[in-house]
Design a protein around this ligand. Sequence first.
Ligand code: PHE
Length: 438
Amino acid sequence: TTPPTISANGNSYPPDSWTNVPPSILSYLPRKLHLQPSHPVSITREVIESCFPPPTYTHYNDLDPIVSVYENFDSLNFPPDHPGRNRTDTYYLNKDTVLRTHSSAHEAEIFRHNKSAGYTISADVYRRDAIDRSHYPVFHQMEGARMWDRRKVEGGDVARVAREQLTQLEEHDLEVEDPNPTIHPERNPLQAEHHRVEEVEAIAAHLKRSLELMVNELFSRAKRRATGDAAADEPLKVRWVEAYFPFTSPSWELEVFWQGDWLEILGCGITKQDILINANVPNQLGWAFGVGLERLAMILFSIPDIRLFWSKDPRFLGQFSTADDIKPFVPFSKHPACYKDVSFWLRSSSSAAGGGLRSNSQDFHENDMMEIVRDVGGDLVEDVKMIDEFAHPVSGRKSICYRINYRSLERTLKNEEADRLHEGVRTRLVEKLGVELR
Ligand code: PHE
């Protein structure tokens, strides 16, 4: 059965065999937490924007989350077989149209039209994923970019201008580890047909200092609040790690040492020149970065569960005011959890007759099961874990057991209510995935 025509943000999208976005996910489109005043996601955005002020940087905050497959993947050099393109990972309105999976989906378009030297984007993004305290199918990203135009700098010398602009950036007192060379021929190559080494050295230095200043700004606001902790006076430690993205080279991640662990905070790199050439600005070159806002906000405000961001409970929302007042969230009582297990045989499409035939369970993807649990249980599910898995010794048929942890953030869940939800999950698993309950 083909799903009904999808209407979203004033447009309609004819469905096809790729359509997999449920109405429950479309209902998040109007929420725009990154623009909701005094919301921790929005406060985090404001702090980041303050590090990239106009007129050098234009701030884009309200771009349509419905984008083409071309914008989300092809324009950024994602190969045709990249796993991110799978229907198990991405929400498709139809075969040509998706809910953006990252804010980078807008890069090409902004490069084409942007008039300032740089920009930031903040955006709600959508990914099919596991269920636990740090994953939610909707979250928010920010990204930024800075360009230099060879035709507009004196003598076309971008390297000199970027170095000069670096000296105009502030200093900071972070402790920075950066053990690798800017360019590594195999691990982190120069785009040799487009860029000179000195250009990339200068742009990379400008990128790294800009992002160090941003991290310093964010974490010093949180640290200022650390209660009389001696460690609060020590300089924050960060380190640069080599990375890979299809749309930058060389690329890095920035990690921050926070409460005993190295946390990955953002990805960045030198923008692939193809993207700028395709956007009709072949004379520009520069850097780009992307960062997840929930992850940062969870650290800065000590928010223990990603579901809280969606809460309309004044006991949550009432604890946040402005970017000048970043203090730890005080959890309102933790309500009891109630876990329930579900075990099932996967559908086997090949007959087991004759024995020894491996069942075909390739059509089961965990994200499909996660979505059923989300659809039935919504924010009453805290996490879902696989606790057992085995193949029948003769038929080869596979059995899986998941443990679903039901817990409300706002009230005590009655056992009967959890039972009802769980029964709903069991029924839908059979209906939608054709599994056989055990
Ligand atoms: N889009 C990347 C992500 O989602 C982050 C990124 C943005 C990396 C821009 C480099 C440049 O992880």
